[in-house]
Ligand binder design. Sequence first.
Ligand code: SAM
Ligand code: FES
Length: 347
Amino acid sequence: MYKPLIDRLARETVLSREEYLALIENRDSCREYLAEKARAVREQNYGRDVYIRGLIEISNHCKNNCFYCGIRAGNTCAERYRLTPDEIINAANSGYALGFRTFVLQGGEDGYYTDEILCGVISEIKKRHPDCAVTLSLGERSLESYKALRDAGADRYLLRHETTNPEHYKKLHPDGMSFENRQECIENLKALGYQVGVGFMVGSPYQTAEDLADEMLYLKKLNPQMVGIGPFISHKDTPFRDFENGTAELTTFMLSLIRLTLPRVLLPATTALGTVEADGRELGILAGANVVMPNLSPVNVRKKYMLYDNKICTGDEAAQCIECLKSRMKKIGYNTVVSRGDYKNEV
Ligand code: SAM
Ligand code: FES
């Protein structure tokens, strides 16, 4: 019954709010067909290649207190760490040898990392590995800071918007954190010429099916180069400890909707998806995702970057992680590639 709607989405790359909502609410009856179409669009644009990004978790210090997040400032149980510039550069060097051509520097909002420190790290990585892309995921910073980091060589920035509904935003964040500021940061990043990634958690507390339909309209309008989504997973030392986790089932459905709405988007099958379901990342790729982000952080800090309970891949060496992912992708007929994996602009 929903096939004509999905066919139209595949053709026109957009639906109305009501139509997205109808698909989301009736997903049991159309999930397979939607995934099939999403896979086809993904293969038209990116073949069966899977891009890998080396994730370096540079710090778990954070000044914010997002209610969902395990490294929030208020979590006194978190054992804090930060990597030195040399440790970050060494992680990138070993990643390069393993075939990574994109490094993602992610962390809490940690004032220790001034522009000066970060610019030094970015330009050193770019100098040593000019064929690599540097992606940052360091939260909200000033326009001037984003500009300095871009001038130092940063190519991409991931800043999940978390939700497109300002009321919902307030339920996920304490007073003092602002929906408007986050949106402004995203606009600034775009204006500075970054390849920009936004995203949200699926099944986060208080999220409705209507919110998810609105996410699709938001993404269509913004047209970002990357979208990161993963299930919400509760963390025992946060105010959201008692909320249900998001599901792989709804997350993969949303991945397929995103692939059909933004056919060329770079779309990761996230670690969170691999945490709620043992083969979550494979399911994500089969739903239309085309990126995976193995962990390149030094093993001694991995367990400390605990955004949510039971996070996977916190004990393995980087080399093991990449081998494991390669073989997982191969088993489902996809190939991880040695490439920067840039967004493909329309020709
Ligand atoms: N501080 C940076 C920022 O705010 O963008 C980057 C780090 S932050 C931990 C990265 C993302 O992790 C957030 O945007 C959020 O969507 C996700 N995240 C945090 N807590 C989570 C949880 N409990 N379950 C799933 N994802 C979570
Ligand atoms: Fe800052 Fe999660 S609250 S990274």
